[in-house]
Design a protein around this ligand. Structure first.
Ligand SMILES: Cc1ncc(COP(=O)(O)O)c(C=O)c1O
Length: 396
């Protein structure tokens, strides 16, 4: 029998990154559209709060679920902005990024063989963390003809006696679809009917376009007590390397388990990061709005370039910083192959442009490709100016 961790991959995007970095080492210019890491600096007042925390010697162990000033700021934010009903800030748990929050959540929630319904394509780490928690990921395919919205009929059909939870992510990685209110309401009703938990990953809540306001699943009637909400500071404040996320959990028994896992895994996030996060949440939010505006500009530039390029049909995302495109049947392929990896490899070799093959995000992603526009606007503009011609040159 293989060890549970042996079932986890090292990640396809890492392979692309290594290939791009190898090219860069040979003096070639590369455009980093393969992964989602914000190009921006963190807000100034967050940086200053971190500098002050260091100067003041605030470098000791903290309360393991987060310093009180941060948990209070999060509590205020999730009640006022996300409209969650949470009894008090004891129900907020600060984690080492949303990634760690998801890991301990699935570990705390699942018994061996429990099932979690999740979208396919999906950010792969979700399925990996479900497996690491002893559970079984049950994919529900997001279909292009439905605008990549989760289909409540498909979700209900996937429910078995072992189903424990439905995982929802809006705005979604890798597609950028924003769940419609009707979709979220239908999911909340299904969860009520079948007595399931809901996990709402809102890492991209502030990376949302066209004036649309993010809607939190946990704010809907019927979903309030059964939703565990997952948030991240990585995209909202460009704090990706500082590693801070948080969970909001109403269920007292689950909360107890989560507190134990926080103690045994990290015993508190880096104290300095926590002071920066509190300042980011308590300060003005204009940096976050300015980033979303810039992302929208990049989206429009890249989307129109891909619309004018051969062999791909792009989807215009309503949120997150990715463009998902279907590879068309006339794609001539590269290096003897016609799959999604062949397009990713072609773009690296022909023009130093990074991307992620759709199959890295689950079986339904096969034959698609994802471009991230979280790198600098200059890089996005350059990639956009190259893509139509570079793609047109394939097979020649
Ligand atoms: C859907 C989704 N959830 C969570 C995360 C993790 O964010 P963090 O940096 O807080 O671990 C990501 C990061 O890419 C993501 O795409």
């Amino acid at each position: 029998m293989t060890h549970i961790v042996d079932q986890v991959s090292l990640g396809a995007i890492v392979q692309v990154r290594d290939r791009l970095l190898a090219q860069q080492a040979q003096g070639r210019k590369v455009l980093r559209l393969e992964s989602g890491d914000p190009s921006f600096d963190i807000p100034v007042y967050a940086r200053e709060a971190m500098e002050k925390a260091l100067r003041d010697g605030l470098t000791h162990y903290t309360a393991s679920t987060g310093i009180p000033v941060l948990r209070k700021a999060i509590y205020q934010k999730v009640t006022a902005e996300n409209s969650l009903s949470v009894p008090n800030d004891d129900h907020v748990v600060v984690t080492n990024g949303a990634m760690h929050g998801l890991y301990i959540l699935f570990r705390a929630l699942l018994d061996s063989g429990d099932e979690v319904i999740l979208p396919d394509p999906m950010w792969t780490e979700i399925a990996e963390n479900i497996r690491l928690g002893g559970g079984r990921p049950v994919p529900v395919v997001l279909r292009e003809e439905r605008g990549y919205q989760y289909d409540p009929v498909d979700i209900e059909a996937a429910i078995t006696p072992r189903t424990k939870a439905i995982f929802v992510n809006t705005p979604q990685n890798p597609i950028g679809a924003v769940a419609a209110r009707e979709t979220l309401e239908a999911i909340a009703q299904i969860a009520e009917r079948h007595n399931l938990l809901l996990i709402s990953d809102e890492a991209y809540e502030h990376v949302i376009y066209d004036g649309v306001k993010h809607l939190s699943l946990g704010s809907l009637p019927g979903a309030q007590d059964r939703t565990i909400s997952v948030y991240s500071m990585s995209k909202t404040y460009a704090m990706s390397g500082l590693r801070l996320g948080y969970l909001v959990i109403n269920d007292p028994a689950l909360l107890e388990r989560i507190k134990k896992l926080v103690r045994c895994t990290i015993n508190g996030v880096n104290s300095v990061t926590q002071y920066g996060a509190a300042a980011a949440l308590n300060g003005p939010q204009d940096a976050t709005r300015a980033m979303a505006k810039e992302y929208q500009k990049r989206r429009d530039i890249l989307f129109s370039a891909l619309e004018n390029a051969p062999y791909v049909k792009p989807f215009k995302p309503g949120g997150a910083f990715y463009i998902w495109a279907r590879i068309l049947p006339d794609w001539p392929g590269y290096d003897g192959k016609v799959d999604d990896w062949s397009m990713t490899n072609y773009l690296i070799d022909a023009a130093g442009i990074g991307s992620s093959p759709g199959s890295a995000f689950g079986p339904a992603g096969e034959g698609c490709i994802r471009f991230a526009f979280s790198c600098s606007t200059d890089q996005v503009e350059e990639a956009a100016s190259l893509l139509p011609d570079v793609l047109a040159g394939a097979g020649k």
